[in-house]
Design a protein around this ligand. Structure first.
Ligand SMILES: [Zn+2]
Length: 515
């Protein structure tokens, strides 16, 4: 949750889609020579339009995701990116490389030479050559003009994800199942990585071009394999976590299914990598692991305080000054504008969001505007010293059916007004989870001293792999005691989720709370 103008924790920028759609509708369909294939293509966007579209949407991206506030890290990523871009099919473009302040694992490109990587993805990369693999792939999307070609498909791919986060839509159409799906979209989107909106052919082409640019820049193209392996491990980890927590593992028929699987990409890229045996009897420049680990030293890890943090069962928002505890076994999904606390069986959820500012601070008005009830009554209550109003009543959905609805409006400690809405898929789930829902709602509180201590932001640090192994590393990690087991999370962070172990005494990554 964000205080205002929420940054979108989404894999695709809405505004890009909109701009591309406009370009599609108004474009005149000129011919452009594809810089990679050399063939003439009918297009709605010539190079000038590509650059203009990129520049315009770049501002939107920065507004929505935020630029990661570390000039040194930005300069480092830019330097690696520029080196690759100079070796690309469009060296003459003005290239821009930006690290976005998002914990989501993603990288993407806009037409015209704008390339983005999240700090979330950077934490899981292990060397400069890995970083080059990601940037090279995205440069490939730009040089082969995939953005312009893919406009329509991108539009289709992003809609389902975007629609999910609106409370009204969730209440209207899907009940809790909608909230559950939103949660799974988010985690699946994370695993998909590297923008899941391109076609199989385009992904393969970008992988191939990335490998070529890596080889030309003296990086081993086999690092492309590492990068795909990182994404693949994220998928496996997410699935394992879901199983361990008794959650349903998302099936294959969501938007991921329309994109090449990481398994397939892994296979494809292995083949591609062998085509570039290396410049100097197979020798490449070093993979820049030490440079990379130094560059990301102290980089923020996971949620940022401005977006609110999830620490095990606790949701903590230092900026808004609020905290909430999830019932045991429930999971917290921190969306851009809605916090969803979902039961393990996915049958019930508590939604929390900021009340619309247009409703003012009057609780009755907030309920009228947010819930649009047809009948019901309100009752003043207290939530841990905060003034609140509970509403119980009915509303009509878009099909005209009468639904029971509850909502609690609370005055937050810093002047904001919050809306808490317990939901269940059906009456039976409602009664089964009533107690837990009430407990979750009742835990809404001003941030206390213990919450404050727990809310210290996390950063990535260089550590040394101890004799005591993963458990020793976990013992000094902030990831321990955060609700999920620390060892698998550390293996994932260091690229050992599939097995194996670093040498004792070698440099590894760890996560600690910022002092
Ligand atoms: Zn791609």
């Amino acid at each position: 949750m964000t205080r205002s103008a929420p940054r979108k924790a989404l894999p695709l920028p809405l505004t890009l889609t909109t701009a591309l759609t406009v370009a599609l509708l108004t474009g005149c369909g000129t011919q452009v020579r594809n810089p990679v294939t050399g063939q003439l293509q009918r297009t709605v966007m010539d190079e000038q339009q590509e650059v203009a579209t990129g520049a315009k949407n770049h501002q939107e991206i920065l507004k929505e995701y935020g630029q990661y506030p570390d000039a040194k890290l930005q300069a480092y990523v830019n330097e690696v990116g520029q080196k690759l871009a100079r070796q690309s099919h469009r060296a003459e473009l003005v290239w821009h490389f930006t690290v976005l302040d998002s914990p989501v694992i993603n990288a993407f490109a806009l037409p015209g030479g704008y390339v983005y990587i999240t700090r979330g993805l950077m934490a899981y990369l292990d060397s400069e050559a890995d970083l080059a693999g990601v940037l090279g792939h995205e440069i490939g999307h730009v040089t082969a003009r995939h953005g312009a070609q893919q406009a329509t498909r991108q539009q289709n791919a992003s809609l389902g994800v975007l629609a999910a986060s609106v409370l009204g839509a969730v209440l209207e159409a899907n009940g809790v199942s909608g909230a559950g799906r939103m949660a799974s979209d988010v985690s699946q989107g994370v695993a998909a990585g590297l923008v899941a909106s391109h076609s199989r052919e385009h992904e393969t082409e970008a992988d191939r071009l990335g490998a070529e640019y890596l080889a030309r820049s003296q990086y081993n193209p086999a690092n492309m394999v590492d990068v795909i392996q990182v994404l693949k491990s994220q998928e496996t980890y997410a699935t394992d976590q879901a199983r361990a927590q008794g959650r349903q593992v998302s099936g294959g028929n969501d938007w991921l299914a329309t994109h090449p699987s990481n398994d397939q990409r892994l296979q494809d890229i292995r083949t591609v990598a062998t085509r570039y045996p290396g410049p100097d009897q197979g020798r490449y420049a070093d993979d820049g692991r030490q440079r990379y680990l130094s560059a990301i030293q102290g980089m923020a890890f996971g949620d940022s305080p401005e977006q609110g943090l999830v620490r095990g069962a606790q949701f903590l928002h230092p900026e808004l000054g609020i905290a909430l505890t999830a019932p045991e076994g429930w999971r917290i999904q921190n969306g851009a504008d809605t916090l969803t606390v979902v039961s393990a069986d996915g049958q019930a959820a508590l939604l929390m969001k900021l009340a619309p500012t247009s409703a003012g601070r009057d609780h009755a008005q907030v309920i009228r505007q947010a819930v649009q009830p047809t009948a019901g009554h309100t009752q003043p209550v207290q939530l841990n010293g905060l003034k609140a109003t509970r509403f119980v009543g009915q509303r009509r959905n878009s099909q005209g059916q009468v639904q029971n609805v509850q909502a609690t409006v609370v005055d937050g400690p810093k002047g904001q007004v919050y809306l808490l809405v317990p939901m269940a898929r059906h009456a039976q789930a409602q009664s089964l989870h009533a107690q837990a829902l009430a407990a979750a709602e009742g835990s809404f509180r001003p941030l206390n001293a213990a919450d404050q201590a727990l809310a210290r932001p996390w950063v990535v640090v260089k550590d040394t792999y101890p004799r005591t192994g993963w458990s020793g590393l976990a013992a000094r990690s902030a990831l321990a005691g955060a609700g999920t087991p620390a060892e698998p999370a550390l293996k994932l962070l260091n690229g050992y989720y599939g097995g194996g172990e670093p040498k004792v005494g070698s440099a590894v990554k760890n996560v600690v709370a910022r002092p």
